[in-house]
Design a protein around this ligand. Structure first.
Ligand code: NAP
Length: 258
């Protein structure tokens, strides 16, 4: 008999986080899921109820402490969210800012460190963290956005997670797409190799739903433990592509360390 894993998902009202919560809810024998979100209204809008959710801010460690009590695993799906300053003038690029208290340093670094620290204190055994490719490229356009260095701060938090001694799975995804999952061959890599040498004919992108499935599979797969990897997908119509169903084989291709 499988003992259900008790999992907390932060960023539960985010576009990928909500899919992870739904996927875990659909496997009640395998997982007991709680979501962590900062907006009660958004939880109600997406899930119709606040049952199974903790309301809080990852910048406030007290709320995390309560939410992580009794958890076996934590899924981190929070992220700083840039806002457009004003609609761009014709022919001009839009300008972005981060809201007060919501900079990448505050959310993607300190907020993630708060989650890691609270998880360690609660005796959590495994953290699955979804980040982004590009953290080795200081000049990446996302780092320049509002001078937030978002990918740099995310990568620093990933390094702290590895140092924490808690089992980790770090998934650095390519550009996220709102497209159906389960229809593509997934590819794993490391160290932004695909940004330096783009794979021919394969955009460095992946549906959010496929990332969410990799998160769910990683929670159960020993071969996903203590691994960090980049993740993209072949376009659905790629000739010869084989839809990924064997996640153990996928995780076997990944490696430990940042
Ligand atoms: P998203 O929709 O932007 O969700 C981010 C979540 O973080 C939201 O639920 C937000 O809450 C929550 N959050 C932010 N600050 C918080 C705080 N202080 N306390 C509590 N919650 C907070 O994320 P996504 O687009 O699914 O992306 C998932 C991950 O993949 C992110 O790490 C992202 O950087 C990374 N990624 C994105 C792309 C891309 O193309 N967008 C590419 C590669 C990797 P609210 O719901 O209340 O706003």
């Amino acid at each position: 008999m499988t003992i259900p894993l008790h999992v907390l998902v932060t960023g539960a009202t985010g576009r990928t986080g909500a899919i992870v919560v739904q996927k875990l809810q659909q496997r009640p024998g395998e997982f007991i899921v709680q979501g962590f979100a900062r907006s009660e209204a958004k939880v109600r809008e997406l899930f119709g109820t606040t049952d199974g959710f903790y309301l809080g801010d990852i910048c406030n460690p007290d709320g995390l402490k309560v939410a992580l009590e009794g958890c076996d695993a934590l899924v981190i799906l929070t992220s700083a969210i840039p806002q457009m300053k004003a609609p761009p003038q014709p022919g001009q690029r839009p300008e972005f800012i981060y809201p007060e208290g919501g900079t990448p340093e505050q959310v993607d670094y300190q907020g993630q460190v708060n989650q890691i620290d609270a998880a360690r204190a609660a005796g959590v055994k495994h953290i699955v963290l979804v980040g982004s490719m590009g953290g080795t490229h200081e000049q990446h356009p996302l780092n320049r956005m509002a001078n937030g260095n978002i990918l740099i701060w995310k990568r620093r938090a990933e390094a702290d997670l590895i140092k924490s001694g808690i089992d980790y799975t770090i998934i650095r995804s390519g550009g996220l797409q709102d497209q159906p999952g389960g229809q593509r061959e997934l590819l794993v890599g490391k160290d932004d190799e695909w940004l330096a040498h783009p794979p021919e004919g394969i955009p460095t992108a992946i549906p959010r739903s496929d990332v969410a499935e990799v998160v769910v599979q990683a929670l159960r797969a020993p071969s996903a433990r203590n691994k960090a990897f980049d993740l993209i997908s072949k376009p659905a119509d790629t000739p010869g592509a084989v839809v990924t169903e064997d996640f153990h084989a996928l995780f076997e291709q990944t490696t430990p360390g940042l």
